[in-house]
Design a protein around this ligand. Structure first.
Ligand SMILES: *Cc1c(COP(=O)(O)O)cnc(C)c1O
Length: 477
């Protein structure tokens, strides 16, 4: 028999191990109340880990381990798994990618007012669906409807779980069993699982494609209208840009056509900003502009360029919003109280007219090159100790993106710090930074790590400096 097999045979049974563990282990009170079932499950996993370890070259070739050392290995693994149970996994992270609306990092950071609103609601009961004047059941949408109307010029508004839900609800509530016309240039995929043709199918509506990838004319829409057409849907090409030989009818004309033919015009704006973002083609259309162009309904996200938490907003004609408020699907996609609180706080920030200062997203987007350069120089300075370890540190120009399906093709000139970790493996270093108590997420470019400073606060800059110093010192030893 080889050594590995002999080692494996020495692993005591689960019952024996459990008895020994409980006897030998000064159990911490928190651990103690974990159910026996879960403890056994953890122990099984621990034994599996040790078994794997013993099977590998490393563990197997070693002199036959005695039962005691095998038991100790299992105990270590078991205790680590036990600690793992209590470790929070969803945690704050430092975003050194420069992508302001990073979907994987939680999209928009909340404003102070939004955070206060969430905090307040978290404490206990709230007026989520309670009409204080009448002393009876109210609507959860009522808290934000009026503000959304004032800010966008819409007649009515509805907030749901996210924009994917807003589009699904709108189509299923208003076009189920009927046809929806979409340009072939707008049959887009927005990350992973949101693809317009699939969402339309899911809603129970029938997709009628018109035009070509690059050009769609008003006449194409006209020709596609039938007795069974319910709506014309326009979709914002959130994450790509088309240039060259392209054409789409002006929005006003599309909306006029829909209105003449008794169809609903819907615009899935995606990011949907309330503030202007720039000039010309690079600018995002604002929700107000879309409504002014004549769209009956406009849908957009709460956590993209609006800068609130996850939500989907539907704004537009009261006649249609009222139908959606009664749609059975609404219950399945309704917004929760914490997101609603964040949304309300953020909308109040817009009401003040000081959104650009108060909503972090807009501050991050509007930093001047001088400000960004100064931040990068500060970070480079904080990395003095990293230089001592022989690593190269320099300030570099970067180009950051807005992300979150907003401003496709528009790069925001930014600054960052480039680190060339001499003698350390780039992948390991990136991993080490990600596995910190507060993870630091940066970019890699060829042989360097790049820390874009756009989304970093002062504290983040010090933390990155300290962590890099520590890691580089360790690598030197
Ligand atoms: C982002 C986006 C969505 C999905 O919005 P979520 O809020 O992420 O659900 C839908 N449509 C467009 C055009 C988008 O850009």
């Amino acid at each position: 028999m080889n050594k590995a097999n002999e080692n494996l045979r020495r692993i005591p049974s689960i019952d024996q191990l459990m008895e020994w563990l409980e006897r030998s282990n000064p159990i911490e009170s928190e651990d103690h109340s974990i159910s026996y079932k879960i403890r056994v499950e953890l122990l099984r996993q621990a034994v599996d880990c040790v078994r794997q370890h013993l099977k590998t070259q490393d563990g197997g070739d070693r002199a036959v381990a005695d039962v005691d050392s095998i038991r100790d290995l299992i105990k270590d693994s078991y205790q680590r798994k036990m600690q793992e149970l209590f470790r929070v996994k969803l945690k704050k992270a430092i975003n050194a990618t420069g992508v302001v609306l990073h979907t994987n990092l939680g999209r928009a950071p909340l404003s102070q007012r939004a955070r206060e609103c969430v905090n307040e609601i978290m404490q206990g009961y709230c007026t989520l669906e309670y009409d204080l004047k009448q002393g009876q059941r109210g609507e959860r949408y009522s808290h934000v409807e009026d503000r959304l109307c004032k800010l966008t010029g819409a007649e009515a508004a509805l907030a749901v779980n996210n924009n994917a839900a807003a589009v699904l609800l709108t189509l299923s509530g208003l076009a189920q069993g009927r046809e929806v016309i979409v340009s072939r240039g707008e049959l887009v995929e927005i990350g992973g699982t949101f693809r317009i043709p699939d969402v339309i199918r899911q809603s129970g509506a029938k997709l009628i494609e018109v035009g070509t990838t690059n050009k769609t004319h008003l006449a194409d829409y006209v020709a596609a209208i039938s007795d069974n057409t319910a709506a014309i849907l326009k979709v914002h090409p959130s994450n790509f840009q088309m240039s060259g030989f392209t054409a789409h009818p002006p929005e006003e004309e599309l909306c006029r056509l829909a209105s003449e033919k008794g169809l609903i015009s819907i615009n899935d704006l995606g990011s949907g900003t309330l503030l202007p973002t720039g000039k010309g083609k690079a600018a995002e259309p604002t929700a107000q502009e879309c409504l002014q162009a004549g769209f009956d309904l406009v849908t957009f996200s709460g956590d993209k360029l609006l800068g609130a938490g996850q939500a989907g907003l539907i704004v537009g004609k009261k006649r249609w919003v009222d139908i959606l408020k009664k749609a059975p699907l609404l219950r399945a996609v309704r917004i929760d109280k914490l997101s609603l609180a964040a949304l309300e706080g953020t909308l109040i920030d817009y009401m003040t007219g000081l959104a650009e200062e108060r909503i972090p997203l807009w501050r991050l987007m509007s930093q001047s090159e001088d400000e960004l350069k100064a931040k990068a120089e500060k970070l480079a300075q904080e990395c003095d100790n990293v230089r001592k370890a022989g690593w190269e540190v320099r300030v570099v120009e970067t180009a950051s993106l807005s992300g979150g399906g907003a401003l496709p093709g528009t790069e925001l000139p930014s600054f960052g710090v480039e680190i060339l970790p001499r003698g350390a493996k780039l992948n390991n270093l990136g991993r080490e930074l990600r596995l910190l108590e507060t993870p630091i997420i940066c970019m890699t470019r060829e042989e360097a790590l790049i820390f874009d400073v756009r989304c970093l606060g002062d504290d983040d800059i010090s933390t990155i400096g300290e962590q890099l110093a520590e890691i580089s010192q360790r690598c030197r030893q």
